[in-house]
Design a protein around this ligand. Sequence first.
Ligand code: RB5
Length: 142
Amino acid sequence: MIAIGCDHGGFDLKQEIMAHLEKRGLEYKDFGTYTKDSCDYPVYGRAVAKAVASGECDRGIIICGTGIGISITANKIPGIRAALCTDCFCAEATRQHNDANILALGGRVVGAGLALKIVDTFLDTPFSGDERHKRRISMIEE
Ligand code: RB5
């Protein structure tokens, strides 16, 4: 189960991503926002992060205008490794090296075509499992 959430700056891109997940047959839970009205990104970043940290959802996707505010928020929750990605190289590397559990996107930064490829790369790339990466990830939580 994928947790997904956005503010007004990420609303349109979230609609595209949810349609894409449906086409792929992937289940998701939409934590809002549900309209294009101006709202506060920490509400939605926190809701998705808590769903992933608790194990209710396996991965998360969060979107605001830049992806910055919502990723800063999510990374405050223990156990969350939210990665703001603007290209597929970073999406692949953050799964392999950081075992990132949340993907952050900027709805005003990346177009839908690129964003969907970033989403697929993030969801389809496994963690490498290398000892050095495990060690570094455990150091994040110290
Ligand atoms: C909202 O205008 C905007 O500040 C927000 O979507 C995000 O970019 C914050 O980091």
